[in-house]
Design a protein around this ligand. Structure first.
Ligand code: PMP
Ligand code: GLN
Length: 381
């Protein structure tokens, strides 16, 4: 064997892969990894066939097929009042994971610092480490996980290259208010700090609230690359299609990396999504669709020993299991899948400190029957 220094050291399999494998092993209901257990709209599938039949099988443009970039621009204009140039401010990616990696590769160098809010989506920190940069953690506190922006400001210095925000937030299910974004905008004003805004759950915001996107704030937009995923929006997590939006001077840097890494994303899927996006009801109905599922699941658990935290967005619901067990959350999640056949995601893994709050995450992107069945099992614990 040859010798080498591993770039990611003792990096483990992601918690999502681990819990899905356990769900299969124990033949459990999988409320762990975030994906729907139902199919996408048959019309969307027919559009895939349509564009395959039309011979859309060769390379797309590096930035994405123009029909899709124009559809995305129209949506961003309508929802966030941002007039994007589809030719220079939008790039189609192979999912949000790739977009996140590409943003970090384009801008973050060894010695830089990147501020991340813990608990943080699992791909951020390994990507920061791969670029030789340091993650600076802001730990959010249960039960409301609000950001104290002055405390955030105290973490910034002349090494801070980037801050990563995630709104709506996975795994917490919290959302940013207008005030949060205004404060962030104000604090970063006059600095060279770039924002990476992960908004993959933009269309999953509940209780008649609106998603506040960085795209709606001029100064913030001018220092931000934001990433989105059609996987969440159209129930197609396996198709791996997303996009990145940002001002031209940042997007051109993004594309320098994208060109040599991915070059372009599968073309027929892009054409199909472009047409599907044209009907706004395909994404504007998503929040009410998932809000019903959240309510169904939570109502079925009322009166049990599980305590729900507020879920304002995403398709994840946090539960406090303190009344049931004093096991650590990873052991608890393993026990739950093994003993009761319900897979979940422990929250401590998303904290650098591995902080234990006795919380686990359930994904409610499941058919009503599965949610009822799972809730029945859980209520009896
Ligand atoms: N960011 C967050 C917060 C996520 O939950 C996910 C998982 N869907 C991603 C990024 C990655 O999205 P994609 O599947 O499009 O790569
Ligand atoms: N985003 C999904 C989740 O939070 C997982 C995606 C993955 O497994 N990489 O469950």
């Amino acid at each position: 064997m040859i010798k080498f220094n591993s770039k990611l050291g003792a990096s483990e399999l992601s918690i999502f892969t681990k819990m899905s494998a356990m769900a299969t092993k124990y033949d459990a209901i999988n409320l762990g990894q975030g994906f729907p257990n139902f199919d996408c709209d048959p019309h969307l599938k027919s559009l895939i066939s349509k564009y395959l039949d039309l011979g859309k099988s060769q390379y797309a443009l590096m930035s994405g097929v123009s029909e899709l970039r124009y559809s995305i621009a129209a949506k961003c204009n309508q929802l966030y009042h941002r007039d994007l140039n589809p030719d220079s401010e939008i790039t189609v990616t192979a999912g949000a994971t790739q977009a996140i990696f590409t943003v970090l590769t384009a801008f973050v160098k060894a010695g830089d610092e990147v501020i991340v809010f813990d608990p943080a989506y699992d791909s951020y920190k390994p990507c920061i480490a791969l670029h030789g940069a340091k993650t600076v953690v802001y730990e959010l506190q249960a039960p409301d996980f609000k950001i104290d922006w002055q405390r955030f400001k105290s973490l910034t210095n002349n090494k801070t290259k980037m801050v990563i925000i995630n709104n709506p937030h996975n795994p917490l299910g919290t959302t940013y208010s207008e005030n949060d974004l205004l404060q962030l905008q104000e604090i970063l004003s006059g600095t060279d700090i770039i924002v990476l805004s992960d908004e993959v759950y933009e269309h999953l915001v509940f209780d008649n609230c609106l998603h506040h996107s960085v795209l709606s704030y001029n100064d913030l937009f001018n220092r931000t690359l934001s990433v989105y995923s059609f996987g969440k929006t159209f129930h197609i997590t396996g198709w791996k299609l997303g996009y990145c939006v940002g001002p031209e001077y940042l997007m051109s840097e993004f594309r320098k990396v994208h060109q040599w890494n991915v070059f372009s994303v599968n073309s027929f899927v892009q054409y199909a999504i472009a047409e599907y996006l044209g009907d706004e009801s395909n994404y504007l109905t998503l929040s009410s669709f998932y809000e019903k599922k959240r309510n169904l699941f939570n109502n079925a658990l009322k009166g049990s020993r599980w305590k729900a935290l507020a879920c304002k967005g995403t398709y994840f619901q946090l539960y406090d299991y303190s009344e049931i067990s004093n096991l650590g959350d990873t052991e608890f999640a393993e026990w739950l899948v093994n003993k009761h056949g319900i897979a979940s995601i422990p929250i401590s893994v998303f904290f650098e400190s591995k902080r234990q709050d006795n919380l686990i995450r359930f994904c409610f992107a499941k058919t009503d029957e599965v949610l009822v069945e799972a809730a029945e099992v859980l209520s009896n614990i």
